[in-house]
Design a binder for this molecule. Sequence first.
Ligand code: GZL
Length: 307
Amino acid sequence: VSVAQADGLPPLEQKDTYTVGFAQMESNNPWRIAETKSFHDTAESCGWNLIATDAAGSAAKQVADVDSMIAQGIDVLFLPPREEKPLIPAVMKARAAGIPTFLIDRSVDPAVAKPGEHFVSFLGSDFIDQGRRVAEWTLENFEGEQGIIVELEGTTGSSPANDRRKGFDDVMAQHDNMTIVASQTGDFARDMGRQVMETLLQAHPDVNIVYAHNDEMAIGAIQALELAGRKPGEDVLVVSIDGTRDALQAIIDGKMGVTVESSPFFGPLACEVMNKYAAGETIEPWVQVQDRIFTVDNAAENIDAAY
Ligand code: GZL
């Protein structure tokens, strides 16, 4: 069902300038930095008086940042919720304040907060599909007999971590020659991904597939593997998600097999959907972005546009 203002969601009347809140969760990796830049780059052309905050990795601070934006009187809220449950209060407070809210790139617990009722819409990827596509590519391209898989999970409690795990693991569960021997969070961060990979490599020296929920952790894992004398791309297959510049370069260098795109450039889409909503048009409860797949066949032609 599509949603529109008529459905009891907070109104948004059309005007030349909107005071817009963008409550970013953190800036600890190139993906986050690219997303924040995308909103700043869109502000002028979209008539946004942009109030942007950064919660430095704290869900509690992200909630507090939204509180202060509501107090400042914003017309619209764009919120990338760091974790599915702790950010529910921010969604509910914005709703209670009559501020139309669009969730960007991550979602909240759908059992509690629903599009068309508590917020207008979720703009983002299908993370289950991303995980599924990585698994399917791995099944097609892994050349060994027995897959010994280490999984590096994203931020605990975040919708991409939950769903990228579900998508990948459910496919692998159907193949008895594929075994996930360890699955641990690296918090979507390069250095933590490296540290966790070093530890898991001690416990599972026979690992031959590494699935990272994002490219930053995959790059960290490659560093750990090389430090341990392994040859990523030869004796270990590294597979991931995002499509960052460093990942595309690793694919070109033969150290990473695949990365499924998860674009951070949400500014223009946020502008388009906000304007549709202000014009009274119906908005899909999930504005799903389409994700390409990057391999050695197309990494070089896409690296210039990467972040
Ligand atoms: C995906 C986004 C994830 C990226 C990570 O939409 O939430 O957060 O995949 C980032 O790189 O940290």
